[in-house]
Design a protein around this ligand. Structure first.
Ligand code: CO
Ligand code: CO
Ligand code: CO
Length: 327
């Protein structure tokens, strides 16, 4: 669902219950809900599921689980347990479902958490995901808001998964040809989250359905802060530009673009393809982290060898929240 539709529906709900245990709930939208147990511990709750974006059932399971776990990491939490959510047509055969669940199980295991159960529904189109529960220290949780003027903006995975998955569906790419992308989507955001915590990140979210610009916009308060990113610093999965230029733009990218109309200032030299990529909805995208520049070295040093990260922009003071894209 696009951000505009979602807002309309949420407005129709009665106001969220006020309890002091609710640190993050419906009234303060963020990556996951946070419920305080005591002064040291809070539970982090999230759930996510979707239709297959790759053909290999095991890898689809892994990606779906990495994506569901990501919202726990975006809050600075540690995953504890997960429940499977399965919609599946029996006609596809139980072996395929077993492979999807094995992929999900392996990703949850890698996260140090356990799958405790789940629920299945007979459905025409397969869907898979998980509800995940994690733990966070109430004083150390990472939320979307909190960046300040002068903070650096870091992204921890390349962009392009929506465009490349669209090209895969249309038969312009094979799954082998998007190997790096599949690996990237299956990778956990755990190390990036731990590094963000270690370096004292001011704010954090993960890049998913609203695209880079949609999720970055959610990091901006209603006034006082804006962000400038440089297009040349944005990392892309292989062949993203080529496939975008061929028109492999998912419908979600257009919704994201409409939603942000008037809130993004592009450098005049930027073409349509580059703009589409910045609105591209991501599956299991990286973390967006706001850090004081003098903490970047600590962030880098906290990441394991081989974990990529990219400094893509910087926050600055401005009366109204906008995102500037420079060449
Ligand atoms: Co999220
Ligand atoms: Co989320
Ligand atoms: Co989510």
């Amino acid at each position: 669902m696009g951000p505009e539709d979602l807002r309309k529906v949420l407005r129709l709900l009665p106001p969220g219950e006020l309890r002091e245990e609710i640190l993050v709930g419906l009234d303060t939208p963020d990556d996951a809900a946070v419920y305080r147990l005591d002064g040291e511990r809070a539970l982090v709750h999230t759930l996510d599921f979707f239709t297959p974006i790759v053909d290999d059932p095991y890898r689809f399971g892994r990606i779906a689980a990495a994506n569901a776990l990501s919202d726990i990491y975006a809050m600075g939490g540690t995953p504890l347990s997960a429940m499977n959510i399965v919609c599946f047509p029996c006609s596809l055969g139980m072996d395929m479902l077993a492979e999807i669940l094995r992929g999900g199980h392996d990703a949850v295991h890698e996260a140090g958490a356990v799958v405790l159960g789940g629920h299945t529904v007979d459905d025409d189109e397969p869907k898979y995901g998980l509800a995940v529960t994690g733990m966070v220290h109430p004083g150390r949780m990472l939320t979307r808001k909190g960046a300040r003027p002068g903070d650096a903006l870091v992204l921890t995975k390349p962009l392009g998964t929506g465009i490349l998955a669209t090209a895969l569906k249309a038969g312009f790419l094979s799954e082998e040809e998007m190997e790096e992308t599949v690996e990237g989507m299956a990778a956990l955001n755990r190390e990036a989250s731990l590094a963000a915590l270690a370096a004292g990140a001011r704010a954090c979210t993960d890049v998913t359905g609203f695209g880079l610009l949609g999720h970055l916009f959610e990091m901006l308060p209603e006034q006082g802060l804006a962000c400038e990113i440089s297009i040349s610093s944005i990392p892309l999965y292989p062949r993203t530009q080529e496939m975008a230029a061929m028109g492999m733009i998912p419908a979600g990218a257009h919704r994201n673009r409409d939603f942000l109309a008037g809130r993004v200032e592009f450098d005049v030299s930027m073409g349509e393809v580059d703009r589409d990529i910045l609105y591209d909805p991501q599956t299991s995208g990286g973390l967006l982290v706001a850090l004081p520049p003098d903490k970047l070295e600590e962030f880098r040093a906290s990441l394991p060898e081989g974990q990529r990260w990219f400094r893509i922009g910087e926050f600055f003071a401005r009366s109204s929240p906008i995102i500037k894209i420079s060449a």
